[in-house]
Write a protein that binds this ligand. Structure first.
Ligand SMILES: [Zn+2]
Length: 382
């Protein structure tokens, strides 16, 4: 969901439009236009299109403002915001990491709905500038009502909605472990999701589009809340373990001058997926199967491993006493398959995704799925 068309930057945050957003934008414009045709037949056709476009723009502008609300407060708490994406079900603000404390979590979560409450007041005020029977009054009332609905819906207390984060912050502040608080809020999120799906099924008999819409949003929330709950369960089951407990202490090494072809032949084919690249005994980088695959095979013979390896300064590393849950976060948040474990200048070993899966399988009550360590969506919905 990090993808899509980049339309610009606000406060240094790249703003993206996901392909699915265009569909929902078109649907909203069409719906508004149809309503204008039915209720204001005297308005010129060109004006109707204009009003429908501007109103839809203001609606999605409101959702963008909601995400910016989260983002501004996140930045103030030192949490970087990678991007904001508008998609079919609203908006997502991708944060670099989770907040450090419950207060930050609470403030970041409340900032989004707070923006919509403000916009509710602003649009309500603007509606008052028009007389009854004028389309201006109708569209501003509609925008005010939708902002109120967005604020209230997002305050429902289940993950991944903002209200779920508020609940998590409160539980966390009252002494629960963050992962336990997440699991609790995610369970309520699941309940909300099932309710939305059930409502959708009931509504579909009277209003097909709204019914399908509710069910789809329910499905989306369900997927996200299950992912959060599972990730929290893993974190809980990994508690007490540190990197040293799960690492493999064999570190495959290759000389910087080795050709990529020989590396592929001698290491990759024998099962190593990566190796440290050394020059004069000093680590220079890390080469992985992914780096090799990115290089055209005809260049393998003439390219040295050091040329395509990730430079050592960019390799994400961890210390042996880092909690495993943190190592898992590093592995899933960065596109890395292994985290070298270093103590001072000494390389002790490495933690791979495989190591983590083994640890989880041993200690976790929940059955393991292939996508088990896929990161739960970081974004805030709507
Ligand atoms: Zn939000």
């Amino acid at each position: 969901m990090d993808s899509g068309i980049r339309i610009g930057r606000i406060l240094g945050i790249p703003i993206h439009l996901h392909p699915s957003w265009f569909l929902v934008f078109l649907l909203v414009v069409l719906q508004l236009w149809r309503q204008l045709v039915a209720e204001y037949p005297a308005v010129e056709p060109a004006w109707r299109i204009g009003i429908a476009l501007v109103t839809s723009g203001l609606l999605f502008g409101s959702i963008l403002m909601h995400e910016l609300g989260h983002s501004v407060v996140a930045l103030r708490h030192g949490v970087a915001v990678r991007s904001i994406t508008l998609f079919i079900f609203g908006g997502l603000a991708f944060m670099e990491r989770e907040p450090d404390n419950p207060r930050a979590e609470l403030e970041i979560a409340l900032a989004g709905p707070a923006v919509n409450f403000c916009l509710f007041a602003v649009f309500g005020g603007l509606a008052g500038l028009f007389g009854p029977g004028e389309p201006g009054m109708a569209v501003f009332q509609w925008l005010a009502a939708l902002n109120l609905a967005v604020a209230l819906f997002n305050l429902l207390p289940g993950f991944p909605l903002d209200g779920g984060r508020v609940l998590r912050a409160i539980l966390w502040a009252r002494g629960r472990q963050p992962a336990q608080a997440t699991r609790y809020a995610a369970r309520i999120g699941q309940l909300i999701a099932y309710t939305l799906v059930a409502l959708g099924v009931i509504v579909v008999f009277t209003d097909v589009v709204s019914g399908i819409w509710l069910a789809l949003i329910g499905g989306f929330i369900l997927t996200a809340s299950v992912a959060h709950r599972r990730q929290a369960t893993f974190e809980i089951s990994l508690r007490g373990l540190v990197a040293r407990d799960v690492m493999t202490d064999r570190v495959p090494m290759v000389d910087a001058s080795l050709s990529v072809a020989r590396f592929a032949r001698e290491q990759l084919l024998r099962g190593d997926r990566w190796a440290m690249v050394l020059a004069g005994g000093e680590p220079r980088g890390l080469i992985s199967r992914t780096d090799v695959k990115r290089l055209a095979p005809e260049l393998w013979e003439s390219t040295r491993v050091v040329e395509i390896a990730t430079p050592i300064a960019e390799v994400v590393m961890a210390t042996p006493d880092l909690p495993v849950a943190e190592v898992m976060r590093l592995l899933t948040e960065r596109p890395a398959n292994q985290i070298p474990i270093v103590e001072g200048a000494r390389m002790l070993g490495v933690v791979t995704l495989q190591n983590l899966l083994q640890a989880i399988e041993t200690r976790c009550p929940e059955p393991l799925r292939p996508d088990a360590t896929a990161p739960a969506p970081e974004g805030r919905v709507l």
